[in-house]
Design a protein around this ligand. Structure first.
Ligand code: PLP
Length: 414
């Protein structure tokens, strides 16, 4: 059989959605990054972009991004940091990031996804046990898949399930002489629930483990200084490895991990995705330094973000919407309906109300549940929020009245 036969007969679980290419999958949002962007040639209110603090299009940020590209080009430094791609600016950014998230040392990662995968691989040996929340992001799953030792998952944010797995993990580790790594997230990006970091940390009294937290959605948005979910819950110092990406609040690309100096040094010399891959280009480094300078000691962006979050979440609740258990900026709206109804409703939202948001369906949520996911940012306006709540009320009423039945759904692309 030709290896490529499958590419024509079975395009995979996500591939089935390729009929919606350009609309539900791979849609093009055009124009300046902000709360209003063009989709299919018309301005829409956008709720799908993780530009939480609105920094992506901040004039000072744009200036530095542009100037740094002029000054350095996109190539420098070349090679991996270990071989030829080191610079004092990379080192400075690491020092400043470590300070910001209240850790002793930090290491840059050229991409978040590959970075965290690879650091999970680096820190775990065959005799170690990894215990992870079953709702963790795909990049954590992929990191865990590389681990040849014991892998145990616990129910999402279910502390008694975690405790049961820690008991099993300890028995295994006693036999092998290995250690235990627990992995959770600061904020679970689909439903907006913070990981129960305080409760997880409390288990350190009883069990011996190290804690890795992926705080992609918490960095910059939570905690008094913006240091994330650990700071928000008062346990930042008990997170042994703190990870975040630059792809959300920092509106850039790249990532970092922070922790104790000996652990970071170990990771520098053992994280294969960094040792054997190119260093982050200088314009990205200079741009992230600028973003960090803007948010350090200045909560103006975070305060504006949270004013918008509260207005949106309170407004949705007051209008009878179920937003689940979010305790972060991520705002899920749960409705009951079929995937076809969901498609027709989102199409109506986009085309007749000019509201662009993402829709999440089974298997991420149970069958018959529609999750519309809104990401408020500091860049949204009161008008954006009011128009969106009005649009949601309208489409929810139509959904209940059965107006998005199969017939409409089948004509999604018309
Ligand atoms: C929770 C979480 N971890 C990691 C990543 C991967 O980060 P990056 O986009 O920098 O590769 C993402 C997505 O951006 C994410 O949502």
């Amino acid at each position: 059989m030709d290896l490529f036969d499958k590419t024509r007969s079975d395009i995979g679980p996500l591939g089935q959605y390729s009929v919606f290419h350009g609309y539900f999958t791979f849609p093009k949002l055009e124009g300046e990054l902000g709360s209003r962007m063009k989709f299919m040639g018309k301005e829409r209110i956008v709720w799908s972009v993780n530009n939480y603090l609105g920094l992506g299009n901040h004039p000072e940020v744009r200036k530095v991004d542009g100037e740094a590209s002029q000054d350095w080009g996109l190539a420098y430094p070349m090679g991996s940091r270990m071989m030829s791609g080191e610079s004092s600016h990379h080192e400075r950014l690491e020092r400043e990031l470590a300070e910001f998230v209240q850790k002793k040392e930090a290491m840059l990662l050229n991409f978040g996804y590959q970075g965290i995968m690879s650091l999970i691989d680096a820190i775990l040996d065959r005799q170690d046990v990894v215990v992870y929340d079953k709702d963790c992001h795909a990049c954590i799953y992929d990191g865990i898949r590389m681990h040849v030792g014991r892998r145990l998952s616990f129910g999402h944010n279910d502390i008694s399930s975690l405790e049961r797995q820690l008991e099993r993990a300890e028995k295994f580790a006693e036999k092998t002489g290995g250690g235990i790594l627990v992995i959770s997230e600061g904020v679970f990006g689909m439903r907006g629930e913070q990981g129960k970091l305080k409760e997880i940390v409390a288990l350190k009294e009883k069990y011996s483990f190290r804690l890795l937290v992926d705080d992609a959605h918490g960095f910059g948005t939570l905690g008094a200084t913006g240091a994330g979910a650990g700071e928000e819950q008062g346990v930042q110092e008990h997170i042994d490895l703190y990870f975040s990406t630059f792809a959300k609040s920092m509106a850039s690309i790249g990532a970092f991990v922070a922790g104790d100096p000996d652990v970071i040094k170990y990771l520098r010399y053992n994280t294969r995705s960094q040792i054997f891959a190119k260093s982050i280009p200088m314009p990205i480094i200079m741009g992230v330094l600028k973003r960090l300078e803007l948010i350090k000691g200045n909560t103006e962006f975070k305060d504006q973000l949270w004013r918008n979050v509260r207005m949106l979440q309170d407004g949705l609740k007051e209008n009878g919407f179920d937003i689940g258990n979010t305790n972060s900026c991520v705002t899920p709206v749960y409705m009951k309906g079929t995937p076809l109804e969901a498609g027709a409703m989102v199409k109506d939202l986009r085309e007749n109300y000019d509201v662009f948001c993402s829709v999440v369906l089974y298997p991420v949520v149970p069958k018959e549940v529609i999750l519309l996911r809104l990401i408020p940012t500091a860049a949204h306006t009161i008008e954006d929020i009011e128009l969106t709540i009005h649009a949601f009320s309208e489409v929810a009423r139509k959904l209940k009245a059965g107006e998005y039945d199969g017939t409409q759904g089948q004509n999604l692309m018309n």
